[in-house]
Design a binder for this molecule. Structure first.
Ligand code: NAP
Length: 289
């Protein structure tokens, strides 16, 4: 699940993800053995962005391995918003579909927020519908965004204490920064949210027992910004000279952080795993009497 490098535990997200996926697969196979249908995820791809097509392929492969059915709805790059909404409406009404995922980014003529809001909140496995975001804010059960759930899995697996910890989150997106801040707050961390206007980001980071970097700014977090022994979660996926680089200076963080997730093979594999988890959750809620 991890390797130790200069006193820093480097998280092996692939190993943790595969263990969680095996557990999910067992849950699904138990359901099927009980005579129930398998959960089903619908993925909607608009356009021909090669990165999106590859992400969808990875997600569908992960579904298949876990015994979750998936289906794909492909629309051309020229599709109108109305055409995409018609597909969403059909999937919302389909009793055999438990989760709907619309791969982002969408072509510019289609508003992502309109599409997310059109998705049934019960099938919103990305946890981005404002009803699910509002339920998170209110502390009510609901579908949560996948990457923040993956971060919680990493912290839980490595027994990082959250209650009472100083947690610093860099980034305030609806996808990562805001939901992880709320989830850590819900677990009684003292949370500070940082963004591009934060004064003296380095000083704020130095107080962090848990530091979540989700800025998309390469090597933003230097070694001397890190509190010795802290848990550092690097979500940044940046490419410099063809090499993937995180938001944290990984080499400088080694030997300072107690726990560190690499940009590649860190939280990423858990994001897909939590999509499977959310699909199963959505299925269970829909099937509940
Ligand atoms: P986003 O929507 O671009 O938001 C970036 C946030 O970071 C903004 O709130 C921005 O502040 C803040 N920020 C940017 N540069 C900063 C700086 N120099 N100092 C302080 N704050 C700064 O990003 P996102 O969608 O949350 O993604 C963030 C990163 O995580 C990206 O690299 C993305 O690829 C990666 N990601 C990884 C996964 C995974 O599974 N590993 C999943 C999702 C995203 P303002 O609000 O003030 O502009």
């Amino acid at each position: 699940m991890s390797v130790e490098k200069r006193d820093t535990v480097v998280v092996d997200g692939m190993a943790l993800a595969s263990e969680l996926r095996e557990r999910l697969a067992r849950e699904v196979s138990d359901l099927v053995a009980d005579g129930r249908r398998a959960p089903r995820l619908a993925v909607v791809l608009v356009g021909d962005n090669p990165a999106s097509a590859s992400y969808i392929k990875g997600k569908r492969r992960a579904c298949a391995r876990a015994g979750i059915d998936s289906l794909e709805e492909d629309l051309p790059e020229s599709a109108t918003e109305a055409q995409v909404l018609a597909v969403i409406e059909r999937l919302n009404a389909d009793p055999g579909v438990d989760g709907i995922l619309v791969q982002l980014p969408l072509p510019k003529q289609i508003r992502a927020l309109v599409v997310t809001e059109a998705t049934s909140p019960e099938k919103d496995v990305d946890g981005l519908h404002t009803q699910n975001a509002g339920r998170l804010l209110a502390g009510l059960p609901g579908l949560r965004p996948c990457t923040p759930l993956g971060i919680l899995e990493v912290l839980a697996r490595h027994r990082v204490p959250i209650e009472g910890a100083n947690a610093v989150v860099i980034g305030r997106s609806i996808l990562v920064g805001k939901p992880i801040a709320l989830l850590l707050l819900e677990r009684n961390a003292t949370v500070t949210m940082c963004h591009s206007r934060t004064r003296d980001l380095a000083a704020v980071c130095r107080e962090a027992d848990i530091l979540v970097a989700a800025a998309g700014s390469p090597l933003l977090v230097k070694g001397d910004w890190i509190k010795p022994g802290s848990a550092v979660i690097d979500l940044g996926v940046n490419v410099i000279d063809g090499r993937q680089t995180g938001d944290v200076d990984f080499d400088a963080a080694l030997g300072v952080a107690g726990l560190l997730t690499p940009s590649r093979g860190g939280v990423g594999p858990l994001t897909i795993t939590m999509l499977l988890h959310n699909t199963l959750q959505a299925y269970r809620r829909r099937m509940a009497p």
